[in-house]
Design a binder for this molecule. Structure first.
Ligand code: MTE
Ligand code: MO
Length: 450
């Protein structure tokens, strides 16, 4: 059954649906909205326009009335405070460019696959953000000694019985002068789907701590243990043998981004003519900026430095390009590898981890140079087909079929997923459970991506 607060937030989400139309995005989920930027988005402009900026929302977009909206600051502070937007805007306004990337970007590229949105390259964007320093807001409330974490809560409410989305960052990161509470994105008021009226900007850190629709900030002297801190967004800190389970005690919260580059000008497997071509893409890093991007057109044997775009910012991405003429008709493996100012670079082998975070293996694009190239075709979004009534009735209450059809899982994984949905409120009965799992495992089985 859908709870009343769930029905309310769904109604609010529908009212807002007309907000800002996105352009040509890959839909990973239509409600809650999760949309990915297609590859060409990396090349269009240095700043990712709002209509091309990916969206990742665990819950539906909340309706926020700015007149009634307040930012609460409490916990280990001298005086708990409550600020209006006007009061917040009286603090010094800081503007910066930063990449925002979902920790799960590239999850869909891991083998073997795991449950979760099957993002490929585009759950990332380069935004221009403006707002107040989080440190200035915390200073207003006066922080007590012993603070270790700052936890953020947004106005969004969970779907079904899923736990609330709350994420915290270590106190040091919270006090960093580049950590902001932003009310503007790309020179406009923060759009609804990106957190209107206020969100966290944590440059160099994964998107999960960029909490949207912020209404409450809690200064803590212990690490919080909510679902999204203790269970989700955890990583073993290194790659593990693909497909293996990791003891939860070994898992740590996701923090900084990895260094990464994307080849956006060409599609894997496409034909190219024997004439000059431009290899193009974008590269980004964590708190240390990208220093060089190297490109190999011979499977990693030799590397050449790409030309970096003029526009740069400490936390922004760098667009890059390299002119190349295939020396002869052949099959080429083209790769791009970024390095940052600390000398960190990307791995040549994927660093598999149970939830598929931090995908930053060197990308390989196979190009067939030929005198008679056939036009490139974007990968089809496989789908459609009649869905049995039991699935429609049990599974489409909280989200659409897109959340389901992109998964690539074996029967055991599907069974676990159905049990998770049951805990989150899906009405799976002992009688229909097997039929559901059978259908899902047959219809959306484990399969390699290509
Ligand atoms: N309140 C709230 N904040 C949130 C989320 C959410 O579901 N609820 N999703 C987080 C995740 S996982 C990511 S990757 C970013 C995505 O930001 P965007 O939708 O503006 O691109 O928002 C983060 N902030
Ligand atoms: Mo994310």
């Amino acid at each position: 059954m859908l709870s009343r607060r769930h029905l309310f937030s769904f109604a609010a989400a529908s009212l807002l649906a007309g907000a800002a139309p996105k352009r040509g995005m890959i839909v990973r989920s239509s409600r809650a909205e999760d949309v990915e930027m297609p590859l060409e988005g990396f090349l269009e402009s240095y700043i990712t326009p709002i209509d091309r900026f990916f969206v990742r929302s665990h819950h539906y977009v909340p309706a926020v009335d700015l007149a009634a909206w307040r930012l609460q600051v409490n916990g280990k502070v001298g005086t708990p405070i409550s600020l209006t937007m006007d009061e917040l805007k009286k603090l010094p306004r800081v503007e910066l460019v930063s990449v925002l990337e979902c920790a799960g970007n590239g999850r869909g590229l891991y083998e073997p696959s795991m449950a979760g949105l099957q993002w490929t390259y585009g759950s990332v964007g380069n935004g221009r953000w403006a707002g107040a320093r989080l440190a200035d807001v915390l200073k207003k409330a006066g922080v007590q000694p012993g603070a270790v974490e700052v936890l953020f809560d947004g106005a969004d409410v969970p779907v079904g019985k899923q736990p609330e989305f709350q994420r915290g960052i270590p106190f040091n990161k919270a006090m960093d002068p580049n950590t902001l509470l932003a009310y503007e994105m790309n020179g406009e008021a923060l759009p609804k789907e990106h957190g209107f009226p206020l969100r966290v900007i944590a440059p160099g850190w994964a998107g999960d701590c960029w909490v949207k629709w912020v209404t409450r900030i809690e200064v803590r002297d212990t690490e919080s243990d909510g679902f999204f801190m203790k269970t989700a967004y955890r990583h073993p800190g290194k790659g593990v043998a693909p497909g293996t389970a990791v003891d939860p005690a070994q898992m740590k919260p996701v923090t900084t981004l990895g260094i990464k580059s994307v080849i956006a000008s060409h599609l894997d497997g496409q034909d190219i003519p024997l004439t000059a071509t431009k290899l193009r893409g974008a590269a980004w890093s964590n708190e240390s900026p990208v220093s060089i991007v190297e490109v190999s057109t011979d499977s990693g044997r030799t590397w050449r430095q790409a030309r970096l775009g003029k526009e740069a910012a400490r936390f922004g991405w760098r667009q890059w390009e390299l002119d190349w003429t295939p020396p002869q008709a052949a099959y080429y493996s083209v790769m791009a590898r970024a390095k940052n100012a600390l000398g960190e670079t990307q791995p040549m082998q994927p660093e598999w981890n149970p939830s598929g975070y931090g995908h930053n293996v060197v990308q390989v694009v196979r190009l067939n140079a030929t005198a008679t190239p056939k036009p490139a075709r974007a990968p089809a979004n496989a789908n459609a087909g009649e869905v049995p009534a039991v699935v429609k009735q049990t599974c489409f209450g909280c989200h659409g079929v897109e959340a389901i059809e992109q998964q690539r899982m074996n029967r055991t994984q599907w069974e676990r997923e159905v049990e998770k949905m049951q805990r989150w409120g899906a009405r799976v009965t002992p009688e229909n459970k097997d039929a559901l799992v059978d259908y899902l495992a047959n219809r959306y089985p484990y399969r390699p991506r290509k």
